[in-house]
Design a protein around this ligand. Structure first.
Ligand code: FMN
Length: 183
């Protein structure tokens, strides 16, 4: 199965992107993860531009989500909420409403921030938005507070956080690939 990973941060060296890179080290056999590289290219949402064919960067976003079995988001917190470019991308992904690419898609949210709270508000807001689009939002949260102290050589080294991150991925995979019923 394929997990698409979307970091809400555009900056080089983003702790949230590093968090997603760490996930790649925790995957079990048969599960692949690809980090979406095109968030920055997504144009500002304009309903006048939301026609067929969609702008190329939007097609790439929608196509990458549609081709995945599940989506894992890592979001920073900007001013107690979701970064604008991530929300903008979700607005594009949300159309057309009835058939939007996130409808029924298993999704999970984690987040890192440099404060003591670990982006919990942004994670909650992101889960709310994803729920409103009809995604199957896994009921987990992973706050990574004081993110500037959590990575060494670009790797999340705290064993407790690594284990909780693996649990999030396990829950996401479980949502995407339901276990066969015992009968
Ligand atoms: C515009 C802006 C607003 C921010 N607001 C918050 C905030 O509300 N809460 C918080 O915990 N951190 C906030 N921060 C700090 C981020 O947690 C920190 O920059 C973090 O490293 C961003 O994630 P990244 O490393 O993935 O880019 C803010 C940073 C910026 C640039």
């Amino acid at each position: 199965m394929r997990i698409l990973a979307i970091s809400g941060s555009l900056r080089r060296g983003s702790y949230n992107t590093l968090l997603l890179e760490t996930v790649a080290e925790l995957l079990v056999d048969g599960v692949e993860l690809a980090i979406f590289p095109g968030l920055k290219a997504v144009p500002p949402y304009d309903q006048d531009d939301d026609v067929e064919p969609a702008p190329a960067a939007v097609q790439r976003l929608r196509g990458a989500i549609a081709a995945s079995d599940a989506v894992l988001f890592a979001t920073p917190e900007y001013n107690s909420s979701i970064p604008g470019q991530l929300k903008n991308a979700l607005d594009w992904a949300s159309r057309p409403v009835a058939t939007n690419v996130l409808r029924n898609k298993p999704v999970a949210v984690v987040g890192a921030s440099t404060s003591m709270f670990g982006a919990v508000w942004a994670q909650a807001e992101l889960r709310k938005v994803l729920s409103s689009l009809g995604a199957r939002v896994v009921d987990v949260e992973l706050p990574v507070p004081h993110a500037q102290t959590r990575f060494r050589d670009g790797r999340l080294f705290d064993p407790e956080l690594r284990s909780r991150l693996a649990e999030v991925v396990y829950a996401l995979v479980g949502e995407a690939v339901p276990l066969p019923s015992a009968a």
